[in-house]
Design a protein around this ligand. Structure first.
Ligand code: HEM
Ligand SMILES: CC(C)=CCC/C(C)=C/CC/C(C)=C/COP(=O)(O)OP(=O)(O)O
Length: 321
C-alpha cells in the first residue's frame, strides 16, 4: 500500500465514527433519566411503546450530539479531549454530520409523536433545538453562564419520558427537571477545573477561563447547596419512596461535603495531586444523578408490587398542568 492510500485508508469512516457523533457515553445517562421519567409516571404504557419512546429519545439525543459536533468542529480541533473526534480528525465531513443530525432529529421527533403524543415529541424537538442552537451556537461561545442556562437542555429528558407516558407536564416532572438542571453546574465546573487549559486554548468563555478557578470553586459550592432542596422536594411528591429518601439524604450530604472540600482547596494543592479531588468530585457527580434516578425507579417498582405506599409523605405535592 502506498503512503497516500494508507493515509486515505486511515481517514475512512467506520460505523464507530458515526456512532461517536451521537455522543453515546454522555447520552447514556440522559436517556436513563428519560426512561425513569416514563417509568415513574402514573398509568401504564405498553412495554413496546415504552421501549420505542426511549429509543426515540436516544436517537434525538444522538442527533443533537451530531449537530453539536458539526457546529463545534473548530473548537473540538483545538481541545486535547476532543481533537480525536471524527470531524477534527478528518474521518467524517462536517456536512455529513449536519445531514445525519437533521435527519435523525426529524425522524426521532416524528416517530415519538406518532408512537406516543405530540407533547412528548414537542419537548424532544425543543430539547434538540435548545442544545444545538441555544447552547451550542449561542451561549457556549458568548457567556460563562453558558452551561447554567444551557443545562436546561440536558434536564428536559425526564419531562419527555413523563410526557410520553401521560401526555402532560406535572409538578413531579418539573422537579425531576430541576434536579438535573441544578446538578449540571457542579457536574460541569468540576470538569472545567481540570480541563481549563483546553477551554482557554479554544477561547471558550467557561467560568474557569473568564473568572478563574477560585470563583468557579465558590460557584460549585453555591450550586451544590442550592441543588439539595430540589432533590429533597421530590420527597413531597408521590414518586418518591423510602429508597429515594435514603439516597437523597445521604448523597446530598456527601455531595455537599465534596463541594466544601473543592471550595477549600488551593490551586497549589490541586496542582500537587493533579486535580485528583476535582476528578473524583466529577465522577461522583455522575454517580449522584444516576443514583437519584435509579432510586426513583426502584421505588416505582416497589410501589407496583404494593410493597410500599404512595410517597414518603403521602404525596403532598403533585398534579398535572
Ligand atoms: C450543559 C450541560 C452539560 C455540559 C456542558 C456537560 C459537559 C460534559 C463534558 C465536557 C463531559 C466530558 C465528556 C467527554 O469526556 O467527552 C461530560 C461528561 C459526562 N456527562 Fe455531562 N455535561 C452536561 C450535562 C450533562 C447531563 C444533563 C448529563 C446526564 C443527565 C450528563 C452526563 C454526562 C456523563 C454520563 C458523562 C461521562 C461520559 C464519559 O464517561 O465519557 N452531562 N459532560
Ligand atoms: C434531545 C436530547 C435528549 C438532548 C440532550 C442533550 C444534552 C443537552 C446533553 C447533555 C449536554 C452535553 C452533552 C453537554 C456537553 O457539552 P459540550 O457540547 O460543550 O461538550 P463537548 O466539549 O464534549 O462537545
Amino acid at each position: 500500500m502506498s503512503d497516500l492510500s494508507l493515509m486515505e485508508y486511515e481517514k475512512d469512516a467506520g460505523f464507530g465514527d458515526y456512532f461517536a457523533l451521537l455522543k453515546p457515553r454522555v447520552m447514556s445517562l440522559v436517556v436513563f433519566t428519560a426512561l425513569v421519567g416514563l417509568v415513574v409516571a402514573p398509568g401504564t404504557v405498553h412495554p413496546f411503546i415504552a421501549f420505542f419512546a426511549i429509543l426515540c429519545v436516544a436517537i434525538g439525543g444522538g442527533a443533537s450530539g451530531a449537530l453539536n459536533m458539526w457546529y463545534d468542529s473548530d473548537i473540538d480541533a483545538v481541545m486535547k479531549r476532543t481533537a480525536a473526534r471524527p470531524i477534527p480528525s478528518g474521518r467524517i465531513e462536517r456536512g455529513e454530520a449536519l445531514s445525519l443530525g437533521l435527519a435523525l432529529s426529524g425522524f426521532s421527533c416524528a416517530m415519538l409523536g406518532l408512537a406516543t403524543n405530540w407533547v412528548a415529541a414537542g419537548l424532544l424537538a425543543f430539547t434538540i433545538f435548545f442544545y444545538a442552537v441555544i447552547y451550542t451556537m449561542w451561549l457556549k461561545r458568548w457567556t460563562p453562564q453558558n452551561i447554567v442556562i444551557g443545562g436546561a437542555a440536558g434536564a428536559f429528558p425526564p419531562m419527555i419520558g413523563w410526557a410520553a407516558a401521560t401526555g402532560g407536564i406535572s409538578v413531579e416532572s418539573v422537579l425531576m427537571f430541576m434536579l438535573t438542571f441544578m446538578w449540571t453546574p457542579p457536574h460541569f465546573w468540576a470538569l472545567a477545573l481540570f480541563m481549563n487549559s483546553d477551554y482557554d486554548a479554544a477561547g471558550v468563555p467557561m467560568l474557569t477561563v473568564t473568572h478563574g478557578r477560585r470563583v468557579t470553586r465558590k460557584h460549585i459550592l453555591a450550586y451544590t447547596l442550592a441543588l439539595a432542596p430540589f432533590a429533597l422536594a421530590i420527597l413531597l411528591t408521590s414518586i418518591a419512596g423510602p429508597v429515594y429518601a435514603f439516597v437523597a439524604v445521604v448523597m446530598n450530604l456527601l455531595f455537599i461535603k465534596g463541594a466544601v472540600q473543592i471550595y477549600r482547596r488551593s490551586e497549589a494543592q490541586a496542582e500537587a495531586d493533579k486535580y485528583a479531588v476535582e476528578r473524583k468530585f466529577f465522577r461522583f457527580s455522575l454517580f449522584y444523578l444516576f443514583l437519584h434516578f435509579s432510586a426513583l425507579m426502584i421505588d416505582a417498582l416497589l410501589r407496583g408490587y404494593d410493597l410500599i405506599g404512595t410517597g414518603v409523605f403521602g404525596g403532598l405535592l403533585g398534579g398535572t398542568f
